[in-house]
Design a protein around this ligand. Sequence first.
Ligand SMILES: O=C(O)COP(=O)(O)O
Ligand SMILES: [Mg+2]
Length: 223
Amino acid sequence: MSRPLAIDIDGTMTRSAGGIDERLFAPLRRWDAPVVLATGKSFAYPVALCTFLDIPERVIAENGGVILVDGDLTVAGDATAARQVAERLRQGGYPGGWPEPDMHNRWRETELSVTRSVPLELLDDLAAEHGQTIVDSGYAYHVKSPSVSKATGLRRVCDRLDLDPGAFVAVGDSANDAELFDVVGRSYAVANADETAAERADVQTEGAFADGVLEALDEVAAE
Ligand SMILES: O=C(O)COP(=O)(O)O
Ligand SMILES: [Mg+2]
C-alpha cells in the first residue's frame, strides 16, 4: 500500500548532471496515493512538471511560499522583502538574484533565489535587515520569510487533502528539506544529500539522486 509522498526536485529527482531522471516518470504517475512536489523552484516549474507527468497539481513551491492543491492556491511568504533584498544586491554591484535574463526569479512570486557566487555573509546581513532568512538548496541561496518552509506548505496541503503530515513519506537532498523531514512520518535523504538533510532524515538511501528515490519508493510500496 502506498503512502502519500512529498518529493523534492533538484538533487533528488534529477540526474547528477541535471534534468529529471526519466525513470521516475512511470512510478510517480502510477503512485496510488497523493504525490506532492516540494521544491525551492519558482511556482511555474513544479506545476509544469505535474502537467508533463500527468499527475494532479499538488505543489509546494518557493520553499513553501506558494502552495497549489487541486485548484486551491495559497501565496505565503514576503514578496516585498525579497524584492528589496534583490534591489540591495543590485546596488552592491551583484546580480539581483541571477544574471539577466534571470530565469530563476522571473516567475517567482514570493522569495528570492540567489546565485551561490554571492558572498553568504553579505546575503545573510541583507536578509536579516529585511526580516528574512537564508536556506541553501545546494543549487541556490534562497532568501525567504522565516515563517514559511516546505513543512508549513505540507501542513496546508494536508488541510486541503484531509491528511496528517505523519502519513507522508518525504524524499530530499538539502537543508531546505530539513523542516519537511521533521513533520512527515518517514523521511529519506538520498546519498548525495548535504549534511543537514542527511542528519535530519530517518533513512539515508544507498543510491544517489533518482537511484535513492527509486530505493525509497520500492521500500514504501513493499510495506
Ligand atoms: O531551486 C532550488 O534551488 C532547488 O530546489 P529544490 O528544492 O527542488 O532542490
Ligand atoms: Mg533539492
